[in-house]
Design a protein around this ligand. Structure first.
Ligand SMILES: [Zn+2]
Ligand SMILES: [Zn+2]
Length: 405
């Protein structure tokens, strides 16, 4: 064998060794369905996901000015994040190495281990963070990593402990699309905040009265927070109802309704323009009324939790609370395509608002039979869904005729 053919043979061998793990990882990312325990699949997926997030985190340490969110990085401690990254690297490295030794999921474990090695080679948890400029354009990669880790830990546990649909798997159909929505919503957090603040100041700035705002800020914390949530939900109720009743707006909102499996990730599916428009409409009255920073922070925590929780695959015995607060049961009905659920249950925090305006679902059934848009016309895929409102004008994008209230 000549030198040339030897080199070719080595190249082919390397290609074959790398190709199989890459192919298998791609197949896994495209697939869905149940994970069978005991075959190293669960630990491989944890190692792969953690390895990938660790690599992203190392990049965020290298370029904090472009890859981290100013509002967040002023609040958290860099040392705690370093330790978190180290734990992530150890867990991902340990799990992938363990699987390699036990010869379980060899291909996936190779990819996971390579991700860990790449993260360590790029500096791991020791990347120095110096001073850097504060007013650079950025994407919220840190917010994506931390929220994905936190939400997965919290909501997967809640969904496993109190499932509404017991057989539902974590990797249900179209999870990839919703994870992309989740990621992009977090990446554009800076741009979204900037746009929302700009619109609030320019559209509603003239309505602000500092005397009135001081009166609002003097209300005690708990009633002020409850009032803040009420004002926000009233604004949310009418904005949401407009999305359902104005055909042009429905084209955007149909994206959120197209999800057919409800879980904690499902709520992320939302058109980008809806995200910005709704925030402007909901934050405008809060901004005009001038709630205190503490009340606003409390509201942001509540809305952050409920927006995810209300979509989760969870069922708890709520008792009479279900008439007062929006629960997953209540919001699941909003996503149903059953006839009695069309254009109902608009509230996001206080269920009594729908009872007050006569738009609460009245059904003899405990849970809906079908989810999604009537006619199932929404294409799958993040980009296709973002383009949907501007295309396919012939598709039935209006909500079905509702019965008189
Ligand atoms: Zn809706
Ligand atoms: Zn929803």
């Amino acid at each position: 064998m000549g030198d040339h053919s030897k080199r070719q043979a080595t190249r082919d061998a390397i290609k074959r060794t790398v190709k199989a793990p890459v192919e298998e990882t791609r197949e896994l990312l495209r697939g869905d369905g149940e994970l069978k325990p005991g075959l190293g699949m669960i630990t491989s997926i944890i190692a792969l996901s953690l390895g990938f997030l660790c690599l992203l985190a190392v990049l965020a340490f290298h370029f904090p000015q472009y890859l981290t969110t100013p509002d967040l990085r002023h609040k958290y401690s860099v040392d705690v994040l370093r330790q978190l990254l180290l734990v992530g690297l150890l867990v991902a490295g340990g799990m992938s190495l363990g699987n390699l030794i036990l010869n379980r999921q060899r291909n996936l474990s190779i990819v996971a281990f390579l991700l860990v090695i790449a993260a360590v080679a790029l500096g791991g948890s020791r990347v120095p963070v110096g001073n850097f400029a504060d007013h650079t354009p950025y994407i919220g990669l840190d917010w994506f990593i931390l929220d994905l880790l936190g939400s997965t830990l919290i909501f997967v546990v809640i969904e496993k402990l109190f499932p509404l649909y017991k057989g539902q798997t974590l990797f249900r159909k179209e999870w990839q699309t919703d994870l992309k929505h989740f990621a992009v919503n977090h990446f554009i957090v800076g741009l979204a905040l900037l746009t929302v603040n700009f619109l609030l100041h320019h559209l509603f700035g003239w309505l602000v009265s500092s005397n009135f705002q001081q009166t609002v800020q003097h209300i005690a914390f708990v009633p002020q927070l409850l009032l803040c949530v009420l004002v926000a939900d009233m604004a949310q109720y009418w904005t949401h109802r407009a999305y359902h009743e104005v055909p042009f707006l429905w084209r955007f909102h149909a994206v959120h309704h197209s999800v057919k499996t409800m879980d904690w990730l499902a709520g992320s599916r939302q058109h980008m323009l809806e995200l910005i428009f709704t925030r402007v409409c909901v934050l405008a009255p809060l901004y005009i009324l001038g709630f205190s920073e503490a009340a606003m922070n409390g509201y942001i925590l509540i809305v952050g939790f409920q927006a995810v929780f209300n979509h989760a695959n969870v069922h708890l015995p709520w008792g009479p609370l279900k008439y007062l607060l929006v629960t997953p049961d209540f919001h699941h009905w909003h996503h149903a395509s059953d006839q009695e659920a069309i254009d109902r249950n608009y509230a996001a925090h206080y269920a009594f608002i729908d009872y007050l305006f006569g738009t609460a679902v009245k059904s003899k059934k405990n849970f809906p039979e079908h989810y999604g848009v009537v006619g199932d016309y929404m294409p799958d895929g993040f980009i296709r869904q973002q383009l949907f409102p501007f295309r396919n004008r012939s598709t039935p994008t209006e909500p079905p005729q509702q019965e008189p209230l």
